[in-house]
Write a protein that binds this ligand. Structure first.
Ligand SMILES: O=C(O)CCC(=O)C(=O)O
Ligand SMILES: [Fe+2]
Length: 350
């Protein structure tokens, strides 16, 4: 058990360096253990996607080896960037770093969180206070931040983007964007948002997915603009639950689309399209397959919070779908812990 005063040690799963390596050129996620295995497992599909010559294959191998190396160094490099940013970055909107105030939050969100934390709250009552985007997929929408807070956060993020500070990217699928913990925004903003507001809400909405046992997160901002990233391929998140809030600016296109749960192979059906509304958040299960349609005009910045419950993921790593092979990591790592997890019913795969 973690004891008061001793920070909890979080881990990642060793599969981070071997599974789900994204090869944008061929639109493919691969598992990579070496040349032989890559040829054996992906030879035909790679050929069908244009990886035909020896040079193509050698280039792919080099890129995968580089990516594995990058992933191995990620935790330490991220901690080094965070330290440098803390010592040398000049903030544009310092108020964003003040500890989270109710005034930053939309009245609807405050009401939903207050209801969820009240005695006698139940799912039925909560659903009267939220928009249900899809009952079957369990996707919900709620206003999260006020317009002035979105504006201030955007200004800060844009100022950081334009600074010469080193930047860690959200994930291998997004080239632009910011990791909030590197900016120092976990402590004042994301952790209180998770602990005080999201936890009671998620406990009612997704009790079977660890919604009541969230104990870490990975928060980042994704940015889409013409000439930069435009869209995001279909994927599932390394998270039990996800909150995705549109921060702005002005844009068209970029809708999210949702398919089925990755754990449950189903026949291809029409995905559900969900438009963004600035200031509003979409709540979904991390395992729900999703992606983002191409941006048509403008610039889109969204805050994505991958919410994690060690009690759930310690049993089964969502990325390799095995019992996690734990490796100590920096910060929240990938949300795994070495402690015995509390008993929890994992997501019912219906
Ligand atoms: O583009 C978006 O808003 C979705 C981002 C997303 O799904 C992710 O980064 O996990
Ligand atoms: Fe995602």
């Amino acid at each position: 058990m973690a004891t008061a005063g001793a920070p909890r040690r979080f881990c990642r799963c060793a599969c981070f360096c071997t599974e789900n390596l994204y090869v944008a050129r061929y639109g493919l996620h691969v598992r990579f253990r070496g040349e032989q295995q890559l040829r054996r497992d992906y030879g035909p599909i790679l050929r069908s996607r244009g990886c035909v010559s020896t040079e193509d294959f050698q280039q792919l191998l080099a890129e995968l080896e580089q990516e594995v190396d990058r992933r191995r160094r990620l935790g330490l490099e991220s901690a080094a960037r965070k330290a440098l940013i803390a010592s040398s970055y000049r903030l544009a909107r310092p108020e964003v770093y003040d500890s989270l105030q109710d005034a930053a939050l939309a009245p609807e969100f405050l009401a939903v969180a207050e209801y969820s934390a009240s005695a006698g709250a139940d799912l039925k009552g909560l659903l009267q206070r939220l928009e249900t985007v899809s009952e079957e997929k369990r996707i919900y929408r709620v206003p999260v931040f006020t317009a002035p807070f979105c504006q201030a956060l955007l200004e800060e993020l844009e100022h950081f983007e334009q600074s010469d500070m080193p930047k860690g990217r959200p994930n291998t699928m997004n080239t632009y964007g910011v990791l909030l913990h590197e900016l120092g925004l976990d402590e004042p903003l994301v952790t209180p948002l998770r602990e005080r507001f999201l936890q009671p809400l998620m406990a009612l909405l997704y009790p079977d997915c660890g919604g009541g046992q969230l104990d870490s997160h990975r928060a980042f901002v994704v940015k889409y603009a013409l000439g930069q990233d435009l869209e995001l391929g279909c994927h599932y998140d390394n998270a039990e639950l996800t909150l995705n809030v549109a921060l702005g600016k002005v844009f068209t296109g970029g809708a999210l689309y949702f398919g089925g749960l990755f754990q449950v192979p189903t026949a291809l059906t029409e995905p559900l399209e969900v438009e963004h509304v600035v200031g509003q958040g979409i709540l979904h299960r991390g395992g729900q397959l999703h992606g983002a349609r191409p941006l048509a005009t403008g610039e889109r910045w969204n805050l994505v919070i991958w919410l994690r419950a060690s009690a759930v993921r310690n049993r089964l790593c969502p990325m390799c779908c095995r019992e996690p092979d734990l490796v100590d990591d920096e910060g929240f790592g990938d949300g795994f812990t070495r402690e015995e997890p509390a008993t929890v019913d994992v997501c019912a795969l219906t």
